[in-house]
Ligand binder design. Structure first.
Ligand SMILES: Nc1ncnc2c1ncn2[C@@H]1O[C@H](COP(=O)(O)OP(=O)(O)OP(=O)(O)O)[C@@H](O)[C@H]1O
Ligand SMILES: [Mg+2]
Length: 231
């Protein structure tokens, strides 16, 4: 199993955001985590990448228990992460934003990542020296996704990559995700709006109030996942 989350609990003071959640992502799979506002999607993803501590449970990555590993350590071990709200470093250039995901790697590896990503997303080359904060929402999401991809991660964690984007950007980002799938990358993606993500996922989990309500193949969870959008 590439990722195995067992009986995870995430608390913020008195609030329990994730309660007793277990999920698995096998190598090469794309798994969707779907749920309404406040369902606990980001809390779960952030516990996997190590940005928030788990108050209970374990996270295993490629067979090793990484529950006590730092966020940096998890990134070095092969996790790439694109945060919710396409967070970019607004005053840093597009190129520096993208390569900040590959820092710690050698210059040659960084140049390889940059030319590969520019081939995928020509906008990166065109805007390389521009502050990322000046880009449109869709363009910023490309930068955030490219940053997560720049370390050639084994496991790509995407927190609501489609949120608030126009269809043209949803299509571009879907295309990039398909490209990562073809490379054999394992992906865990969260979404509130399930439709575009369901077409990319092999399997999924429906999260409500911090608990798994349904799990199964993309077609098995489809109805429940789409109903969740209207809660
Ligand atoms: N830093 C925090 N401090 C306190 N409560 C928090 C914090 N972050 C999240 N929460 C609470 O934890 C619960 C789960 O939030 P979370 O952000 O994980 O949900 P989500 O599914 O990602 O929602 P969204 O679709 O809005 O991104 C919510 O009740 C939220 O208010
Ligand atoms: Mg969230």
């Amino acid at each position: 199993m590439m990722l195995a989350v067992q009986d995870l609990e995430v608390r913020y003071g008195g609030i329990t955001a994730v309660r007793g959640v277990s999920i698995e992502v096998a190598e090469g799979e794309t798994v969707l985590l779907v749920g309404a506002n406040g369902a606990g999607k980001s809390s779960l993803i952030n516990a996997v990448i190590g940005l928030v501590p788990a108050s209970r449970g374990s996270v295993r990555f490629a067979g090793a228990d990484i529950s006590a590993m730092s966020c940096d350590g998890r990134a070095r071990a092969g996790m790439g992460y694109s945060p919710e709200g396409r967070r970019v470093f607004a005053t840093m250039s597009v190129a520096d934003n993208v390569l900040s995901g590959a820092c710690g790697r050698g210059g040659a590896a960084q140049r390889e990542a940059w030319s590969w990503l520019c081939g995928l997303f020509p906008i990166l080359q065109e805007r390389a020296d521009q502050p990322a904060g000046q880009l449109s929402g869709g363009q910023q999401q490309i930068v955030a996704l490219a940053r997560a991809m720049s370390s050639f991660p084994k496991l790509l964690l995407l927190d609501e990559p489609f949120l608030g984007l126009a269809p043209v950007w949803i299509a571009q980002i879907s295309e990039a995700i398909r490209h990562m799938q073809k490379r054999g990358t394992t992906i865990l993606v969260t979404e509130q709006m399930a439709r575009p993500a369901l077409s990319l996922a092999t399997r999924g989990y429906v999260l409500r109030s911090g608990e798994i309500r349904r799990s199964g193949t993309a077609s098995e969870i489809r109805d429940v996942a789409l109903a969740e959008e209207y809660l």
